[in-house]
Design a protein around this ligand. Structure first.
Ligand SMILES: Cc1cc2nc3c(=O)[nH]c(=O)nc-3n(C[C@H](O)[C@H](O)[C@H](O)COP(=O)(O)O)c2cc1C
Length: 167
């Protein structure tokens, strides 16, 4: 069974998660490529695709790729700045699943935090208190926690989840 692990990543978090899956999945015939280097998907039976959350859903490059997948076993993985177990986290994962579930068999899905770009945090710092995007103590704490993800345990557990379901 040929497996493709592919991802879109702006600042490297989703790339690291993809590499963690690749290094821990312990299956043969696995290819790891960024989405922009994928030339064909016909030869793969399963595709594990990763995106970063942009405006509450899969980033554009990943979304376009995901919409084109048909007739495969598909696993999803994603990183975001919010807590993965928040409503926003669940919704961001379900939006990804919605893009692939009609035409494919979704074998599993996983979302975890990833460090938020400092430039974006600087933009948020300029919003006046009370604005929904303004920085709060709770958000600063969340950004600090986000810097510690994706971590080794997350990479190992997502790799195990996909391995169990693909074999
Ligand atoms: C332009 C932009 C928009 C983002 N939008 C969201 C969002 O809607 N929700 C969220 O939880 N995180 C959001 N984030 C945070 C990223 O999803 C998070 O840092 C992710 O790990 C980045 O992955 P990457 O390093 O693979 O690019 C956003 C980040 C950027 C730069």
């Amino acid at each position: 069974m040929k497996i493709l692990i592919t991802y879109s990543s702006k600042t490297g978090n989703t790339k690291r998660l993809a590499e963690g899956i690749y290094n821990n999945i312990q299956l043969s015939d696995v290819t790891l490529l960024p989405i922009h280097e994928v030339e064909e998907v016909e030869s793969y039976e399963s595709i594990l695709v990763g995106y970063w959350v942009d405006k509450g859903g899969p980033n554009e490059e990943a979304a376009k790729f995901m919409e084109g997948i048909k007739g495969k076993k598909v696993g999803l993985f994603a990183t975001l700045g919010a807590y993965p177990d928040s409503q926003h986290g669940w919704d961001s994962l379900l939006k990804g699943e919605a893009l692939v579930k009609e035409e494919n068999e979704v074998v599993g899905k996983y979302i975890c935090q990833g460090a938020v770009d400092e430039k974006l945090i600087e933009v948020f710092r300029k919003f006046a208190p009370g604005n929904p995007h303004a920085i709060t103590e709770a958000k600063l704490k969340r950004y600090e926690i986000a810097k510690q993800h994706p971590n080794k345990v997350e990479m190992e557990s997502i790799a195990i989840l996909f391995r169990e379901r693909l074999v």
